[in-house]
Design a protein around this ligand. Structure first.
Ligand SMILES: Cc1cc2nc3c(=O)[nH]c(=O)nc-3n(C[C@H](O)[C@H](O)[C@H](O)COP(=O)(O)OP(=O)(O)OC[C@H]3O[C@@H](n4cnc5c(N)ncnc54)[C@H](O)[C@@H]3O)c2cc1C
Length: 483
């Protein structure tokens, strides 16, 4: 039997790679983790979830201060935002979390961490810093990078992506965001709230294309009311560097050519898998148009080489990367065959209000030919929402023809937290009647989950048939008042 240096080697120290490295080492596997950058943590920690959510919090606090009068407080005369200070806070939050993802911590767990650019030299070995490292199993977890669309002039026009966004020296006076996906929309609202004049250009006829249009439009109208400009169904034709400003020309929904300019252009049109410089040609690795091609056990065409996280191009979220890391551990280390199942993979766009989703929405159910009914409840009918002054949004519950829940979307305050209850309900096969009959603490936003289920049952419970039966058996006397 071949003798390898390691039981498992992992390329990429982000969400997926770290999950696999810590799990493998703790199970007693001789583990090697190779990261290209100077520190572990990946995009989520350095250029993604952590800085974006930190920035969003800062922007939301500033927004609340600007709107103090809405809460019965005196008006606050605010100074403009010093983005240098905002970036400092972002760096300090990253710094604290970085400690959990340090080389030393992984060494304590039993995993060796090496930094540098590794290249496959054969199916079991990589070359790193002039040395060959072999492993019985490998995992490619090298993540993704921002895609840049082929717009004329973009190569000669300075633009930024999520890589530069959080370390800007000053707050841009104006920004055109190309793309209407989650990253762009979250950042559009945050920068707009901090004081940047933001315009969003999106190719589709709605923002957040994975979401139902009614909820995406509801959110977009809130963002418009805050001052953001949207150009939907609009195609960027070209960009130009004007010096202090950058110009973009678009063909808008009506077919008109429009020119506009801003201090900064943010490119946020999607992600491409990090597959370059890995020597994948040398081992004839099969790719598809999203990234590394895998089977449902996350094995590539070489059954001992796995892939996890953004590099597969499937669901590009940190929790998906973590979930896939668990699947790889099960298959590669525990030898317990386990397949990925994304049926109940939740996600959330962290705008204010947040938009969270799990399972089927109307778009996905319609495309799958599933017959469904929709039950809704508005946040403006939730007492806690009113008390908080956050009454925008609603919850949508989709039931299939057997009246089983198949998906939930929540647009509202803390939707990302509220959807977590549905993660348990759907994965645990909890009966809707159990939710309807349970007591929820009052006043909480979470009551909306019970309320929407109640809306489904109320038509059945308070029916004419039930009333008639109660009248017959218990002689109930009926209405006491007629309006
Ligand atoms: C602005 C922004 C906000 C986001 N917000 C959220 C959010 O709120 N919630 C959420 O769930 N997701 C969010 N995401 C997505 C999330 O960041 C990714 O899905 C997640 O980081 C994927 O983890 P990963 O391990 O696949 O890749 P990464 O975390 O990117 O890790 C890949 C690692 O591989 C390294 N690497 C690359 N090439 C090589 C090589 N050749 N050799 C060795 N190492 C290499 C990279 O340096 C990196 O450290 C956001 C993304 C962005 C850009």
């Amino acid at each position: 039997m071949a003798n390898y240096d390691y039981d498992i080697g992992i390329l990429g120290g982000g969400a997926a790679g770290l999950t696999i490295a810590s799990g493998a080492a703790r199970f007693g596997a001789r583990t090697l983790l190779i990261e290209k950058e100077k520190s572990l943590g990946g995009d989520c920690l350095h250029f993604g979830c952590v800085p974006s959510k930190t920035l969003i919090r800062t922007a939301n606090v500033y927004h609340l201060m600007k709107n103090a009068e809405k809460y019965g407080l005196p008006r606050v005369d605010l100074k403009p935002v010093d983005y240098g200070e905002v970036s400092k806070r972002i760096r300090s939050v990253i710094g604290v979390i970085q400690e959990h993802d340090s080389k030393e911590r992984f060494c304590k767990l039993g995993a060796r961490v090496e930094l540098g650019n590794a290249k496959f030299v054969d199916e079991h070995s990589v070359r790193l810093n002039g040395e060959i490292f072999s492993a019985k199993k490998w995992v490619i977890a090298t993540g993704s990078s921002p895609s840049v669309p082929p717009i004329e002039g973009i190569d000669k026009t300075p633009y930024i992506t999520n890589k530069e966004l959080f370390s800007l020296k000053t707050l841009p006076k104006s920004m055109i965001a190309i793309g209407g996906g989650p990253i762009s929309i979250e950042m559009a609202q945050a920068f707009n709230r901090l004081g940047t004049k933001v315009t969003v250009v999106e190719l589709a006829n709605q923002i957040l294309v994975a979401e139902d249009k009614d909820l995406a439009d509801y959110l977009m109208n809130i963002l418009i009311s805050e001052g953001i400009t949207f150009h939907l169904a609009s195609q960027p034709l070209g960009t130009r560097d004007l010096g202090n400003e950058k110009e973009i020309t678009i063909k808008n929904a009506g077919g008109k050519t429009i020119r506009m300019s801003a201090e900064t252009i943010l490119v946020a049109v999607g992600r491409k898998a990090n597959l370059q410089d890995l020597g994948l040609d040398a081992i004839s690795m099969e790719l598809d148009k999203k990234g590394l091609k895998t089977d449902d056990r996350l094995r590539t065409n070489h059954k001992h080489i796995f892939a996890a996280g953004d590099v597969t191009g499937s669901y590009q979220f940190t929790h998906a990367a973590g979930y896939e890391g668990g699947i790889v551990l099960s298959n590669a280390i525990l030898h317990l065959p386990r397949k990925v199942d994304y049926t109940y993979l939740p996600w959330c766009t962290y705008t204010d209000p947040e938009l969270a989703s799990i399972g089927m929405n109307e778009k996905r159910a319609g495309a799958a030919g599933i017959h469904y009914s929709v039950w809704t409840e508005e946040f403006k009918a939730n007492d806690r929402s009113l008390a908080e002054g956050e009454e925008a949004g609603k919850i949508k519950l989709l039931l299939n023809e057997h009246e089983k829940p198949i998906g939930i979307q929540i647009l509202g305050p803390h939707a990302g937290e509220l959807i977590s209850e549905w993660v348990s309900i759907l994965n645990g096969n909890v009966k809707l009647s159990a939710i309807a009959s349970a007591a929820y603490p009052y006043p909480t936003l979470g009551e909306i989950n019970k309320k929407v289920v109640g809306n489904f049952f109320s038509g059945k419970i308070f029916s004419e048939k039930v009333k008639k039966a109660l009248k017959f058996f218990f002689n109930l006397k009926g209405r006491a008042c007629r309006a």
